[in-house]
Design a protein around this ligand. Structure first.
Ligand code: TA6
Length: 283
């Protein structure tokens, strides 16, 4: 495939292949494994995406950070033998197309369902992702039912964001939603969300835009075709148990994830398509 000069294909020592984008508007990194974006930095601005400094970029293991794609389920599967957050983030996606229009770079990848074991996903579907890279980032996760039966799934764009100090960070825009946390709830969210403990809130009936207020500025996080989202910070004890995550890194990150979970799970009839989108920018 002929790539524009703003896009190059490179490889880590481990063998992981990634696309490096360096345009007039942004720089970005997207690994073919998991179609996982791990860097997005608008030119002249700070990075919008966080990755652990403890990451070692190994084959078969999602990068700790960026935007892991959780599909065909989010979270813990009812069958405990199934991997958390599904299988898409560990598999090799194919680069389908790279386009460039007026400094915006669009990168499209697909996941061959021949790579997905039937025990994880017995349905006939197509899965593609589009990254629209300008001075903002848009990610479209596109599912199409190409079979004869209706199926359901849950999913997430599990985005990791940076902050210099989680204790001086809060999230606006979750007010009015309800959430469950650690299997308890639902609870009503009436205020901004600040961080002072492990936080793992699964929101439903939530507005399409939130704002993460950090000491570096305000990150606007928008979603389309999603009425649910997840807010996560592992805090002290869980941080110690996470792979590729330094004990004190809970202080400099948070996840605000565009999801289709709980009563927002997706049901697709034959020939239907669903697109989960998240749009990120410095406000
Ligand atoms: O989205 C929050 C969450 O479900 C947390 O409970 C935690 O498990 C996190 O995802 C990270 O999961 P991972 O499998 O990437 O370590």
């Amino acid at each position: 495939m002929q790539l524009p000069t703003t896009v190059s294909k490179q490889q880590m020592p481990s063998g992981l292949t990634y696309l490096k984008i360096d345009s007039a508007l942004c720089s970005a990194t997207i690994f073919l494994q998991g179609a996982q974006l791990t860097e997005f930095t608008p030119k002249g601005q700070a990075p919008l995406i966080w990755v652990s400094s403890d990451e070692d970029y190994q084959l078969g293991k999602p990068v700790r950070g960026g935007i892991p794609i959780c599909w065909p389920w989010f979270g813990v599967h009812p069958d405990s033998t199934m991997p958390i957050h599904g299988v898409a983030r560990k598999l090799d996606w194919q680069l389908e197309q790279v386009e460039e229009h007026n400094d915006t770079v669009i990168i499209r990848l697909s996941l061959s369902m021949s790579l997905v074991e039937e025990k994880y996903w017995p349905h006939k579907s197509e899965l593609r992702v589009e990254f629209v890279l300008s001075d903002t980032l848009r990610v479209n996760l596109i599912n199409k039912n190409v079979g004869t039966d209706t199926f359901m799934f849950t999913q997430a764009l599990h985005t990791y964001f940076p902050t210099s100090d989680i204790k001086k960070t809060f999230v606006d825009g979750l007010q009015g939603a309800q959430y469950i946390e650690f299997g308890e709830g639902p609870y009503a969210q009436s205020e901004h969300v600040h961080f002072a403990r492990e936080t793992d809130m699964v929101y439903t009936e939530v507005k399409p835009v939130q704002w993460i207020h950090t000491p570096e500025g305000i990150i606007e996080v928008a979603r389309e075709h999603s009425s649910s989202c997840v807010l996560w910070n592992p805090w002290i004890e869980k941080a110690k148990r996470l792979s590729n995550f330094k004990n004190d890194e809970y202080l400099t990150m948070l996840c605000l994830e565009a999801t289709n979970v709980m009563n927002d799970a997706v049901s697709l009839a034959p020939n239907e398509t669903h697109t989960l989108s998240t749009m990120l920018r410095w406000k």
